[in-house]
Design a protein around this ligand. Structure first.
Ligand SMILES: [Zn+2]
Ligand SMILES: [Zn+2]
Length: 268
């Protein structure tokens, strides 16, 4: 399986256009939250309409999974906590989102919502517990905020990570967590796009302006995660311990060159 992981597009239409052009090269695209931008001049509801249209078009090319971020919240639950209702409704166009799971080959994906309060947080705990009972060979979480005390959530002066996620990783030990949220982490001292907590890999591609966005390609057959950004590229081997500093990627690996793909798996 070859997967493209990004987050924090923040209503950047050039980045959505880029995504549309590359989507078919992957078996799956994961967008880990913050589709919209609260500071945009464009009306929030208009942003929802445009992004929904992009996602509808994208999913014709490749399966997409996406979770909400703190910029995506348009509604409230019964407890009065903010939720992204428009994203839960993406099921209507065939895009799995908050609170849902997805299976591709032997990999179970659990898609977690942004939690704004104890009710949503408890729901995520239940969701993870239920999915733990049916995890396959590989278990990947899609979760907007990276865990606390990780270079992937380092903001320069402090961590902007999620303490609840840190506990859940310790409890359930998924294979991989795909995050975003802390835009600067990969680009600053003591920050990083990759971390390993026990046996769990955590990734946050970071945010840059314009196209292409910073992104991560995860290839399970080649046991590699590669990060591409305007500040350079790096790669880690998923079947080896994480060694810092992470090696820069000086040339495109053989397995990534086009025409050198193993036949893609079919969705289960
Ligand atoms: Zn963001
Ligand atoms: Zn965010």
């Amino acid at each position: 399986m070859r997967l493209l992981a990004i987050a924090d597009l923040h209503y950047s239409l050039p980045q959505y256009d880029w995504l549309t052009t590359v989507a078919e090269e992957f078996d799956l695209v994961v967008i880990a939250g913050d589709h919209l931008d609260l500071s945009s001049m464009v009306d929030f509801r208009a942003q929802v309409v445009v992004v929904r249209k992009y996602l509808d078009r994208l999913k014709e090319r490749v399966p997409i999974l996406t979770c909400s971020g703190n910029h995506d919240l348009d509604s409230r639950n019964q407890a009065g906590e903010k939720v992204a209702k428009w994203m839960r409704d993406l099921g209507g166009i065939g895009v799995p989102s908050d609170g849902q799971s997805f299976t591709l080959d032997d990999t179970l994906f659990t898609i977690c919502a942004w939690w704004d309060g104890p009710a949503e947080q408890a729901a995520i705990g239940e969701q993870l517990k239920a999915d733990a009972a049916r995890r396959g060979e590989r278990w990947i979480w899609v979760y907007h905020a990276p865990p606390e005390k990780s270079p992937t959530s380092w903001g320069g002066g402090r961590s902007f990570g999620d303490a609840a996620l840190e506990k859940w990783i310790a409890e359930f030990q998924p294979n991989i967590v795909l995050s975003g949220h802390v835009h600067q982490s990969p680009f600053i001292k003591e920050g990083s796009w990759a971390d390993r907590i026990g046996d769990t890999w955590v990734f946050n591609a970071g945010h840059q302006f314009g196209a292409p966005p910073a992104y991560i390609i995860l290839d399970t057959e080649h046991q590699t995660a590669a990060w591409f950004s305007g500040a350079g590229s790096q790669a880690v081997r998923l079947d080896q311990p994480l060694a810092r500093p992470i090696e820069p990627l000086r040339a495109l690996p053989e397995w990534l060159k086009s025409g050198n793909r193993a036949p893609g798996p079919t969705p289960a």
